[in-house]
Design a protein around this ligand. Structure first.
Ligand SMILES: Nc1nc2c(c(=O)[nH]1)N[C@H]1C(S)=C(S)[C@@H](COP(=O)(O)OP(=O)(O)OC[C@H]3O[C@@H](n4cnc5c(=O)[nH]c(N)nc54)[C@H](O)[C@@H]3O)O[C@H]1N2
Ligand SMILES: Nc1nc2c(c(=O)[nH]1)N[C@H]1C(S)=C(S)[C@@H](COP(=O)(O)OP(=O)(O)OC[C@H]3O[C@@H](n4cnc5c(=O)[nH]c(N)nc54)[C@H](O)[C@@H]3O)O[C@H]1N2
Ligand SMILES: [Mo]
Length: 735
């Protein structure tokens, strides 16, 4: 009889929401013979059955794809020639460690940059950095993508509250602010769609507008002005929660004075939203309680405005008494039955004289070490040493490319495809080519791995154990290793953890990597539950920690004043404006009218529901559903240029030129075009000059990485609202 077992993995292709997925595995061959299926009773899969999710349905096709990296590779030709030699793990670790030792001893550890995207055990790269002594570390998803808002919440409230609702039983109004949960956060959408009232703030019509009370069709990048106008209406019309403001906030009078500059009529001119809608939406928000304003990613990568729009939203939540409240924007709690993250990161082990060597630390002071050490210890427990104390990635790529303020000798890039996902891809290319030693850790070859000296194959989520958190509901849950990390003759991959550990051991860190495997490490992490990782992931699988309503009433807020800082003392002491203010986006018809004459359209960018970030375009089943990159254009603009639905269109500006297929829309703002994000063509040649077609349809070719476009306080870079023009091009496909 066939011996089989059930294994439950944690799917990571939803980004921040990770679903538990059940498979049946043949015990003898180790192969998956059943699934993916939902896990009965799992609180994570109520939104839709796993069976209904297109990405997981086709995931195995990708996990077993011929494009997967199976063994370590060493460059055999010139950089970018796509010529590789397969080597053993020992050779790879020995050679890479030798180079890292040389950099540390000859040039100084800060000359090594560590750059990551999102992966499950992200603390391991941080542990390595802290032990090695480089502060030049950052994560693409942790400084933008919610990480920026997270930190602004910590500065203003002492803890993050931006993930939003909900408890649909309690929440009465949800504000979807640059946020498309039906496509991007289906678990959250399951709660949010049941909330009685909804306001959508988006330059385009999205499914969430159906059934919404109000849709504010905002000019991209002007969200801070809108938030300040809401504050203006709520304060001037006395719609705020006076008791909460008196007892629990500081800086109200200063805020009141500031928002007088943001009269709804004036803000209507800035945002393009009718003044009456600004007033009506502000009133609806202030009078429908509890209400929740939810984070969405485009505000977080709006560069100059990103920290300030979140600061203004923090003020809105606070003065309406919606912060720390169930059904409003409640606080993240840390799951109490696990070892703390900072012990995994070994945050205190970085030598003090190295911490201050973080690039950009003197310029973007709020989200580098000066700001990190200014928040009280209790708030710092929410910080991640590698982003909140490290160097903004934009300063790292800039140093790699230009050698200023000092050159970077080596870079390790993991779980990240910056050639497609960071701003100004041409500059990323130059940065990588200008760096002496580059290692990339990934699951497949990408335009980024093409430019590395060593490429190391990591395990996918199916091949590694996972601990997940659903922060807006406070659930800790686990996923097992469903498939082995190594099958002789087929593939030999390593967990990211194994890679950092092996490098660390070769660099004299052996005592600090006590757990031989990730499972052993997770045994330690879950020790307070009284269970091993295996026991937890077989018996318990998830644990829900109850949320607490108005916990601040006991001990106050974790800020320096113990209150919500409507005027931020940290910003002020760091020499920044303590209050939120609006700034025109760095490229806009108002700020740069000359540029706008040449490039009259404002480009925003959009993640795909079908794919995950820049990945999976080589999955044939998914690709059929989204075969080409699309640019959404208003019908009047298209008509003027003779563009019809499905035509190939060139999109260009001062940084370059790309092409996408036209999707004609009646609902997008006529001054705006929306470009699909993350496009490259895995089916095209990997070698230069093609680099898998990275220059053809990649929206980030057009987006500037100028240091002056980055957020002044936090160094978060700019990935949206750049000016472009469009033209019809005569090609039948992007060849
Ligand atoms: N299927 C799938 N799910 C994903 C991901 C994926 O790639 N695929 N990625 C995951 C990740 S890492 C993230 S960060 C989230 C992202 O999830 P979301 O934050 O929801 O991101 P988007 O769908 O790109 O953008 C949301 C909306 O913002 C609007 N928008 C653009 N610019 C502006 C602006 O200036 N102001 C306002 N008010 N609105 C604007 C866009 O029109 C869009 O409708 O999704 C996660 N989930
Ligand atoms: N213009 C524009 N730019 C954007 C965005 C946008 O909406 N518009 N979105 C931004 C946002 S919110 C985000 S989060 C970023 C995402 O940007 P990235 O972090 O670069 O995300 P991906 O494109 O998914 O690339 C991740 C790579 O990691 C690999 N990978 C997956 N799992 C693992 C693992 O466990 N270990 C290792 N070592 N590798 C793994 C994948 O194969 C893939 O090649 O892009 C940002 N850039
Ligand atoms: Mo993201």
């Amino acid at each position: 009889m066939l011996r089989q077992r059930e294994a439950i993995g944690l799917c990571r292709i939803q980004g921040h929401d990770q679903c538990q997925v059940k498979f049946t595995v043949n015990e003898e061959t180790g192969e998956i013979i059943g699934g993916p299926n939902s896990v009965a009773g799992s609180p994570l899969t109520t939104w839709t059955k796993v069976e209904g999710c297109v990405r997981i349905r086709h995931y195995l096709e990708w996990n077993n794809h011929a494009d997967r990296l199976n063994y370590p590779l060493k460059r055999a030709g010139k950089r970018g020639e796509n010529k590789w030699k397969q080597i053993s793990w020992d050779q790879a670790f020995d050679e890479i460690a030798d180079k890292l030792r040389e950099i540390k001893e000859v040039d100084g550890p800060e000359k090594l940059a560590l750059l990551s995207g999102f992966y499950n055990s992200q603390w391991d790269i941080s542990r390595f950095a802290n032990l090695y002594g480089t502060p030049n570390i950052d994560s693409l998803n942790a400084r933008i993508c919610g990480g920026l808002e997270y930190w602004v919440n910590v500065l203003i409230y002492g803890a993050p509250a931006h993930y939003g609702p909900p408890d649909p039983e309690k929440c009465q109004l949800v504000v979807l602010w640059a946020n498309r949960p039906s496509s991007q956060f289906p678990i959250k959408w399951d709660s949010e769609r049941k909330v009685p009232h909804r306001i959508v703030i988006d330059p385009r019509w999205i499914d969430e507008c159906k059934g919404a009370d109000l849709w504010l069709k905002i000019r991209p990048g002007t969200d801070t002005a809108l938030a300040l106008a809401w504050l203006n209406v709520i304060i001037n019309e006395n719609l705020y929660d006076k008791q909460f403001v008196d007892k629990w906030t500081v800086g109200f009078d200063r805020l009141k004075e500031r928002v007088q500059q943001y009269d709804p009529r004036k803000v209507s001119e800035i945002t393009g939203i009718p003044a009456k809608d600004i007033v009506a939406s502000a009133k609806l928000y202030a009078t429908t309680k509890p209400a929740s304003i939810v984070w969405g990613s485009p505000c977080g990568y709006s560069g100059l405005n990103a920290a300030r729009v979140e600061q203004a939203r923090c003020c809105l939540r606070a003065i309406t008494g919606n912060v720390g409240v169930l059904g409003g924007n409640h606080f993240n709690i840390t799951y109490s039955k696990q070892q703390p993250l900072h012990e995994l990161e070994l945050a205190d082990r970085m030598p003090p004289d190295k911490i201050t060597k973080a690039l950009g630390g003197g310029k973007y002071r709020a989200m580098t070490w000066p700001g990190y050490y200014m928040v009280p210890d209790k708030a710092r427990a929410y910080a991640r040493s590698f982003v909140n104390r490290g160097a903004p990635m934009v300063t790292i790529y800039n140093a790699m490319r230009t050698g200023t303020p000092h050159p970077i000798k080596g870079a390790i890039i993991t779980a990240c495809n910056p050639m497609a996902t960071f701003s100004q891809s041409r500059h990323v290319y130059e940065a990588l080519m200008n760096t002496e030693f580059v290692v990339s850790i990934d699951l497949i070859h990408t335009p980024t791995t093409m430019l590395a000296d060593y490429v190391l194959p990591a395990t996918s989520w199916l091949e590694s154990p996972q601990i997940g958190y659903l922060e807006f509901k406070y659930i800790l849950y686990t996923g097992q290793r469903v498939l082995p990390k190594s099958v002789p003759g087929k593939y030999d991959r390593r967990d990211d953890y194994d890679i950092w550990r092996e490098l660390g051991i070769r660099l004299g860190q052996e005592k600090d990597w006590p757990w031989k495997t990730l499972e052993e490490c997770y045994d330690w992490r879950l020790e307070p539950t009284g269970m091993t990782f295996k026991e937890f992931s077989e018996k318990k699988l998830w644990d829900i920690q109850p949320l607490v309503d108005r916990e601040y009433e006991k001990e106050g807020f974790n800020t320096r004043s113990g209150k919500v800082e409507l005027a931020s003392s940290v910003f002020e002491d760091l020499g920044y404006d303590p209050l939120p203010y609006y700034e025109e986006p760095p490229e806009s018809p108002i700020r740069t009218p000359e540029l706008a004459k040449k490039y009259p359209l404002i480009a925003i960018t959009l993640k795909s529901q079908i794919f995950y970030q820049s990945s999976y375009r080589n999955n044939a089943s998914l690709r059929k559903l989204h075969p080409d990159p699309l640019v959404e254009i208003h019908k009047d603009v298209a008509a003027k240029e003779g563009i019809k639905d499905g035509d190939w269109v060139s999109i260009e500006n001062q940084n370059g030129r790309i092409r996408m297929k036209a999707k004609i829309s009646e609902t997008i703002r006529p001054d705006t075009v929306c470009l699909d994000f993350g496009w490259w063509y895995p089916e095209k040649k990997g070698a230069e000059p093609s680099l898998f077609g990275i220059w053809e349809s990649n929206c980030n070719v057009l987006c500037s990485d100028d240091l002056e476009y980055a957020g002044r306080e936090c160094g978060n870079w700019h990935l949206s609202t750049f000016l472009v023009k469009t033209n019809r091009v005569k090609i039948s496909k992007a060849d």
